[in-house]
Design a protein around this ligand. Structure first.
Ligand code: PFF
Length: 505
């Protein structure tokens, strides 16, 4: 077995986890979710989900990951098997490699648009567009969806983005990912602060903040709003998917979990609520008024980020500089997340097949590059939405529930509590113990059940998918099933290989 990598220091792992958490979700997804789900009132289910799901899952994943790392395992199938020696558990763990891989496939492509847009902000081409129709046209032309447009530019920036991701993955955990996050996180937080201050000093901004944050308490009776809040907490914190398990597997036995996990989660919330909540929607309100901001929020996160924001920057002094800061900020937020999404697969191949990291990264690079072609060439056919649904929503809630039940109920709450506190720099208040034991799993089951009935079934039945796109959506599903089966087979092969080597049981 090759030596497993380790983080350089505590700040490094905190920034790496915070880097994974702070992403496009904070600056684009969160404000749209809040605007569409009751404004200020959304913060009630949001914070309840943060306290009852987000924080417990952070601690649980850090603790399980560090535990698995002690036995040389960094990916979910083998880590979960340490909690419960059972023949099927490793196949449940397949979700913890499959899910991040699926998100990586589309996330990296969208991240590459940000690099392209940062470039066009720099050259002045972006802000030369002054009308909403023009800016929408710019985006569809960039995506190769407008008639007469092609994908050459987008493809170029995708290749660069992909290469940069793999450069850092290739350099390793401390030498690549940790270094990237130590540089990118302070820069992106600084850029975010600058843009937030600029937006908060716009005239009439209090009305813009009021528009986003005025609470509509009637929404609290709607299950949809609670699901949206819980889903946002999962996505934004990067929990429930296997990524933090892998990052935590590079901790040392005595490393702290409680305070570090809390610090990473707190950093994410600052970037999300304070920065993310002050930028796109309030700015859209100031420039577009109630009707315009409502329409912008309803048109979704991409429109706000790639159409509304550049139009706004075109109207303020030094707009080009702010546009450059905005897209660079999002690109940095994106890349520190996308490297984390590739890491579970890297850890699986190198830990379980004994391949040295660099060879594992190169091989996976080829495979992931091929898989990334689907969202690029079939964006207009609904492939990204489909991948986002299965990877970015379904797998998160499902895997989050599985790991919580395994840790708290199978491994046992007493051992779990002890494991979380090993080397801890902060004791978790005692009332959290029953929360983690009862409330978190119950809450998860409710979310899973309601979510399945309200959103899962309609999506599975393809309600709302355009007729012409249905064959592509179906093909994507078959592709995803095939990917899942391939990973499961690889897990099985690795399992018997390790058994034959006497490294398991
Ligand atoms: N947390 C990231 C964001 O807010 O954009 C997205 C993400 C990264 C989700 C890594 C899941 C994950 F494992």
């Amino acid at each position: 077995m090759s030596e497993r990598p380790q983080w350089g220091n505590k700040l490094g792992i905190i920034l790496a986890v915070a880097g994974s958490a702070v992403g496009l979700g904070n600056f684009l997804r969160f404000p749209v979710q809040a605007a569409q789900n009751g404004g200020g009132a959304f913060m009630i289910p949001y914070f309840i989900s943060f306290l009852l799901l987000g924080i417990p899952l952070m601690w649980i994943e850090w603790a399980i990951g560090r535990h698995g790392g002690l036995f040389g395992h960094g990916s979910a199938p083998f880590i979960l098997n340490r909690l419960w020696r059972n023949r099927i558990v490793k196949y449940l763990g397949v979700i913890g490699i499959f899910g991040p891989t699926v998100i990586f496939i589309y996330y990296t492509y969208i991240e590459s648009w940000l690099l392209g847009y940062a470039f066009f902000a720099l050259t002045g081409k972006l802000l030369a567009v002054a009308t909403p129709e023009g800016m929408k046209g710019f985006l569809t032309a960039y995506q190769g969806l407008a008639s007469g447009s092609n994908l050459l530019t987008a493809y170029f920036f995708f290749v660069v983005t992909f290469a940069v991701n793999f450069f850092f993955l290739y350099r390793g955990v401390a030498g690549g990912i940790e270094r990237l996050c130590k540089v990118a996180m302070p820069i992106l937080l600084a850029f975010g602060l600058i843009i937030a201050v600029r937006v908060l000093t716009l005239p009439h901004i209090t009305d813009g903040l009021g528009f986003l944050w005025n609470p509509d308490f009637s929404v609290l009776w709607s299950a949809k709003v609670w699901l949206a809040a819980a889903g946002q907490i999962f996505f934004t914190l990067s929990v429930g998917i296997g990524v933090i398990l892998t990052y935590a597997s590079y901790l040392k036995r005595g490393d702290d979990v409680t305070l570090s996990g809390l610090t990473a989660a707190g950093t994410n919330e600052f970037a999300e609520v304070i920065l993310g909540g002050s930028i796109v929607i309030p700015a859209a309100f100031v420039f577009l008024g109630v009707a315009g901001a409502t329409a912008a929020a309803q048109s979704g996160a991409f429109n706000l980020g790639f159409v509304t924001m550049p139009l706004i920057f075109g109207q303020i002094p030094l707009g080009a500089v702010f546009a450059l800061l905005w897209f660079s900020l999002l690109f940095l937020a994106g890349i520190t997340s996308s490297v984390s999404l590739a890491e579970p697969a890297v850890a699986f191949v190198s830990d379980e097949f004994g391949l040295d990291r660099r060879r594992a990264v190169l091989r996976l690079g080829v495979i992931l590059f091929i898989l990334c072609q689907f969202p690029i060439f079939f964006l207009g056919q609904g492939v990204v939405d489909e991948l986002d649904f299965w990877g970015g929503t379904f797998c998160l809630v499902l895997f989050g529930t599985i790991e919580t039940v395994l840790f708290v109920w199978v491994f046992g709450i007493e051992k779990a509590w002890e494991e979380i506190h090993h080397g801890a720099e902060m004791r978790i208040p005692g009332f959290y113990k029953p929360i983690i034991k009862y409330v978190t799993p119950l809450f998860l089951f409710f979310v899973l059940g309601f979510w399945f009935l309200q959103q899962g079934l309609p999506v599975i039945m393809m309600d709302g998918v355009q007729e012409a796109n249905k064959p592509y959506v179906l093909a994507t599903r078959l592709g995803l099933i095939a990917l899942f089966v391939v990973i499961a087979i690889l897990v099985r092969i690795a399992w018997y290989r390790k058994k034959a080597l006497g490294q398991i049981k």
